[in-house]
Design a protein around this ligand. Structure first.
Ligand code: KG4
Ligand code: ZN
Length: 330
């Protein structure tokens, strides 16, 4: 069975074709460069570029998969959460395709799709329950997953998301956008304790806005004292990254123990971070497995949408209504 997955929740226009759970094409056009000069995603620009690119991305995905539109059996698209204008483009495109081709349509939650990433290409058997960890630009959340149809939120950021804080701190220190990969590259393990920063942690919830402000003030203070050297920046950002990632890993491990799960399944753009991957995989033991997606499936893409869509369609045995609306929140 062929599933077409369409993702447009933020700044990536992406379409993928899956044969069951095997990814046979996954094509993305990112509007990242258009937003870089503003230091963050501009929703209006993202929406216009989805409109401009979606047709091209679909055709490339079909061509690469060597599959015609008529061969597609199921159409899946992200309906929430995300930028409303951006979501509307992909969702309406998918619904119109389903209507004209007379194929079933299934709406997918973007965050749930992120934690489907490790299961693509049948890399791991889909077994429940597990703890889902999503660390992305817009969200930092821990879920108890009984099934992809029964997902309970157990922990979340109370303010900024992890990726958002990485991007804002990187912008303050004059690094490019998105800032996460820059901080990842600058990180030096030998500098991770040079400065003492703290994140908020309330049960399984986190707060990152305080550490973000601390980094902004530290820069102003060091600039005034003429002590802001390249070496100090590396120390500051390494200490910042260490504290943020340790907080997330600690809360995730505490939740895994409280909910007595034997598996943690990770997804989202920040899961590409080398140090975060190391920290999470170091928790693997006889009693705990950690499933990590390959790098290509960490950031937003159509394959995770198609994969989860195919699972949900089989599991529920029914399609979503074509009147399904986009929602900015979950
Ligand atoms: O999941 P994603 O593509 O979009 C959302 O759904 O938000 O995540 C994008 C986020 C950005 O904030 C970016 O800075 C971050 O993922 N990111 C990273 C790394 N690669 C991407 N953060 C830290 N280290 C990385 N290597
Ligand atoms: Zn995402």
């Amino acid at each position: 069975m062929y599933t077409l997955g369409i993702e447009t929740s933020c700044d990536e226009t992406s379409c993928a074709v899956l044969k069951n759970y095997r990814v046979i094409s996954n094509v993305t056009i990112s509007s990242l460069k258009e937003h870089a000069k503003y230091g963050g995603v501009i929703p209006e620009i993202a929406t216009r570029l989805h409109l401009k690119n979606i047709d091209k991305v679909l055709n490339c995905a079909l061509k690469e998969a060597k599959v015609s539109l008529k061969q597609i059996n199921l159409i899946a698209a992200t309906h929430s959460p995300g930028l409303i204008g951006a979501l509307v483009v992909g969702l309406n495109f998918a619904e119109a395709l389903a209507l004209s081709l007379r194929r079933p349509f299934i709406g997918v939650n973007h965050l749930h799709a992120h934690i489907f990433a490790p299961f693509l290409n049948n890399a791991h058997p889909i077994e429940f329950p597990f703890l889902g960890l999503v660390v992305s630009g817009g969200h930092t959340e821990i879920y108890y997953v009984e099934d992809f149809t029964r997902i309970r939120l157990v922990g979340k950021t109370r303010d900024d998301a992890c990726g958002e804080v990485f991007d804002k701190v990187a912008k303050t220190y004059g690094l490019g956008y998105p800032g996460g990969p820059h901080i990842d590259r600058l990180f030096k393990a030998s500098c991770k304790n040079d400065f003492s920063f703290k994140c908020g942690k309330i049960g399984f919830d986190f707060s990152f806005s305080g550490i973000k402000t601390a980094l902004v003030y530290k820069k102003l203070e060091l600039e005034k004292q003429k002590k802001l050297t390249r070496k100090t920046v590396v120390s500051l950002l390494s200490s910042f990254q260490e504290e943020v990632l340790e907080t997330i890993v600690a809360a995730t491990c505490e939740a895994a123990s409280k909910f007595k799960v034997r598996k943690i399944v990770c997804g989202g753009g920040v899961i590409a971070n080398r140090s975060l991957r190391r920290k999470l995989t170091s928790k693997i033991s006889a009693d705990l497995r950690v499933l990590m997606p390959p790098l290509e499936y960490t950031t937003d893409n159509g394959a995770i949408v198609a994969g989860l869509g195919f699972y949900l369609y089989n599991r529920k045995g029914k399609e979503s209504p074509l009147s399904l609306e986009a929602r900015a929140n979950q």
